[in-house]
Design a protein around this ligand. Structure first.
Ligand SMILES: C[C@H](O)[C@H](O)[C@@H](O)C(=O)CO
Ligand code: MN
Length: 425
């Protein structure tokens, strides 16, 4: 068993940390208040390796999404997924949301195709959301379906297939609107379609023109913006679309800039050495809201569990320094099927929140002064020193405030759930 931190120790360490931060002009109480008010949207698909609970009458394949690993006990129905998500959220301090895909509909064993789904198939999710006070976000699912097996959906050359997917997306926006109405705040809908080609398509123009038309058709339907906010997510390449992705960065940047639609930046969707933090201030010159898919790419868009690495620190620094926090929707997007899935959710979400906390504890005005005065070495020295300031003590106080295990003691709870629930499935 990992040791629990006694309350007095957490309080004592926090007091020391508060003084240390105060000496450089940082108010830790204020940072904790801000952190408390920033929700992170946990992605349901970490709980079952993006399989979903759809009832099929024909075989389907992945469509650009692949979770690797065989850890036992993935959730195999929505009740199990809700139970697992609740367990994870019981170990994550602060506000959380929950992000669903269309394939998590509950259809009572009936085959209901994607263009036929409606709010009634998410009634239990909405009841759960209301009861637990966990707002929902939503996604149309353009993969793992016979009509997506050749790699194209909204940009398909066949008008009938395009119409099917357009109708699916329209149905999803209506579901999201119902979710938003149920929770009294907007449900964020992210539109990601895997459309693309494995090798050297001759026609790169046609699919992009068709994707634009399909999206315009989808967004032409009036949906109450008080309850549904839309984002579009670009990608450089995927499995089976290594050479060409229709919805590239340029495509969706252009689309979002010319429509009232948010851009979604996924940390794994760019060139292997390209990071997203430097894109934030450019995008906010032209847009007033952004959706993030916080993820971790190793060599490619491998969707590894988020950890507190430089990419995460840099990302949240940009958001806090630019004062974009209230305009940024933060969602997670990773799926590791090789480790305990509750652990994956908790590690990833806690790491994202710690990344945000690090940024909130930065003496930005002081650093700006150094920079503006040409004191480059002082700026660099301070940035380095900050890395070993007692952020952990402030984080532990955050956990204490929410009645959650501080330090590493949450791991005990994960392992007992693994033994008593997951391994018995
Ligand atoms: C399941 C998600 O919609 C998906 O991961 C998407 O957001 C993505 O990033 C695809 O690479
Ligand atoms: Mn994503």
């Amino acid at each position: 068993m990992l040791p629990e931190l006694p309350r007095e120790q957490i309080e004592k360490r926090y007091d020391d940390a508060r003084s240390q931060f105060r000496a450089i002009g940082v108010d830790t109480d204020k940072a904790l208040d801000t952190l408390s008010n920033v929700p992170i949207s946990l992605h349901c698909w970490q709980g079952d390796d993006v399989r979903g609970f759809e009832v099929h009458d024909s075989s389907v394949s992945g469509g650009g999404i692949m979770a690797t690993g065989n850890y036992p006990g993935p959730a195999t129905d929505a009740t199990m997924l809700r139970q697992d998500a609740e367990k994870a959220m019981s170990l994550i301090p602060g506000k959380n949301r929950f992000n669903l895909h269309a394939i998590y509909a509950e259809t009572n064993g009936k085959v209901v195709d994607r263009d036929q789904i409606g709010p009634e198939h998410f009634a239990r999710w909405m009841d759960w959301s209301k009861k637990r006070n966990i707002p929902l976000d939503f996604n149309p699912t353009f993969f793992a379906h016979p009509k997506a097996n050749d790699g194209y959906t909204l940009s398909h050359a066949d008008a009938g297939i395009r119409r099917f997917w357009i109708n699916h997306d329209k149905a999803c926006r209506r579901i999201a609107e119902a979710m938003g109405r149920n929770q009294g705040t907007p449900c964020v809908v992210n539109h990601w379609a895997p459309d693309g080609h494995k090798d050297q398509p001759v026609d790169r123009k046609g699919p992009r023109q068709r994707l634009m038309q399909s999206l315009d058709d989808i967004f032409a339907e009036s949906i109450d913006p008080a309850f549904c906010k839309d984002a579009v997510e670009c990608k450089l390449f995927g499995i089976g679309s290594e050479d060409y992705v229709v919805g590239s960065h340029e495509f969706y940047m252009g689309y979002a800039l010319t429509r009232k639609i948010m851009l979604c930046l996924d940390m794994g969707h760019f060139h292997p050495t390209e990071t997203i933090h430097d894109k934030i201030s450019s995008i906010f010159c032209f847009k007033n809201e952004l959706l993030l898919h916080v993820s971790r790419a190793i060599r490619w868009d491998s969707d590894h569990v988020v950890i507190l690495n430089d990419d995460i620190r840099n990302l949240f620094q940009q958001i806090v320094r630019g004062d974009y926090l209230s305009k940024t929707n933060i969602a997670l997007d990773f799926f590791d099927a090789s480790i305990n899935r509750i652990g994956a959710w908790v590690v990833g979400t806690r790491a994202a929140k710690k990344g945000l906390l690090c940024a909130l504890l930065e003496p930005t005005a002081m650093l700006n002064d150094f920079e503006n005065n040409g004191d480059g070495a002082m700026k660099l020295a301070m940035l380095e020193e900050l890395k070993t300031y007692p952020v952990g003590a402030v984080w532990d106080m955050f956990c204490l405030k929410y009645g959650m295990p501080a330090g590493s003691s949450w791991i005990n709870s994960m392992t007992s759930y693994d033994r008593d629930v997951i391994r018995k499935r």
